[in-house]
Design a protein around this ligand. Structure first.
Ligand code: VAH
Length: 318
């Protein structure tokens, strides 16, 4: 049975991924590590939790060796918009944190999962059907750390045999933990606003098309890739994976099919609009489908229905 460390376990992906991994491998086999946010009830009560700053190489290595970890899902990072406000801290957390994880993985023979992003592409990347192997000139510090992270993981695999794997996530939508400081956060915020106020002021332009994915699919992708037969993998880090691609206007229309009185207005945030404009619209994920069987389950109507059900229930219980 694997012994897993999840860094960034109190974040948007980490919180749901930790609970899914505990369900699959046994709660005692999944150590959750968080730093900036306090763990939710489930996270702290269903299995081991520790506070960990991934920039502290000795502390990270002590957890990996002390817990005899066999795999590290490394999710700790600053997201795109907040990273643009603090580029030096973003480089420190996103790059030195990853380097510390890869060094521990090298020493203790651990697998590594590294989440890259559509942000690893830039304005001169083909925006539609973005190829698996293409131009990567990211225009944000977050995207630079993601593109560099893909290369660093490939290096540790080639040079030291570390079994590092990763995907390029689109914008992720979850009904559990709110995202923090991302450019695609509008696609989560809009549901809370729709249920509570029947109105949302969107910080991106109505026609800003981006790849998006529902969190249950994102979690399945991580586990499926980490369990895939290594002999089938031509690529390893930075698999394009896609599920749906939509604009704020299209998302609003899908919500209005459930809440006819919902309205949207646009108060564009120049920083996050510029970030979104530098990203591709829709990725070609044929390599992931061929090499490890990637298949998303949620489309836009399915995600909207599930999100509204969960958010309405959650707000009723709060
Ligand atoms: C962000 N949610 O907005 C993240 C993600 C593709 C976007 O990387 O920064």
């Amino acid at each position: 049975m694997p012994k897993i460390l999840v860094t960034g376990a109190t974040g948007q992906i980490g919180a749901e991924l930790t609970l899914a991994l505990r369900e699959r491998y046994g709660a005692e086999n999944v150590v959750a590590a968080g730093h900036r946010r306090e763990p939710s009830g489930d996270l702290a009560q269903t299995g081991p939790y520790c506070r960990l700053d991934v920039r502290d190489a000795a502390a990270l290595d002590a957890v990996v060796s002390g817990q005899h970890c066999t795999a590290i899902y490394h999710l700790a990072a600053l997201l795109s918009a907040v990273a643009e406000e603090q580029p030096l801290q973003a480089w420190d957390i996103n790059m030195n944190g990853l380097l510390n994880v890869l060094e521990s993985a090298r020493k203790h023979r651990c697998q590594v999962f590294f989440p890259s992003s559509i942000a690893a592409f830039g304005p001169d990347t083909p925006p539609f059907d973005t190829p698996q192997d293409t131009v990567q000139h990211p225009a944000t510090i977050y995207g630079i750390t993601k593109a560099a992270g893909e290369l660093l993981c490939d290096y540790y695999h080639r040079r030291y045999g570390v079994d590092a794997r990763g995907v390029r996530y689109p914008g992720l939508i979850s009904n559990q933990v709110l995202p923090g400081g991302g450019t695609t956060d509008y696609a989560v915020d809009i549901f809370y606003a729709a249920v509570q106020q029947r109105h949302y002021d969107c910080f991106l332009r109505a026609d800003t098309q981006l790849d998006m994915m529902y969190m249950p699919d994102a979690i399945v992708a991580a586990v499926q890739l980490m369990e895939a037969d290594a002999n089938r993998l031509t690529h390893r880090n930075g698999f394009n994976i896609a599920a749906m691609s939509f604009t704020p206007a299209q998302l609003a229309a899908a919500i209005q099919r459930h809440l006819p009185d919902f309205t949207i207005a646009y108060a564009v945030d120049p920083l996050r609009q510029a970030i979104a404009d530098s990203w591709p619209r829709h990725m070609d994920d044929s390599a992931a489908r061929t090499e490890w069987g990637w298949r998303p389950q949620f489309d836009l109507p399915g995600m909207v229905a599930d999100m509204l059900t969960h958010i309405a229930a959650k707000l009723q219980n709060d």
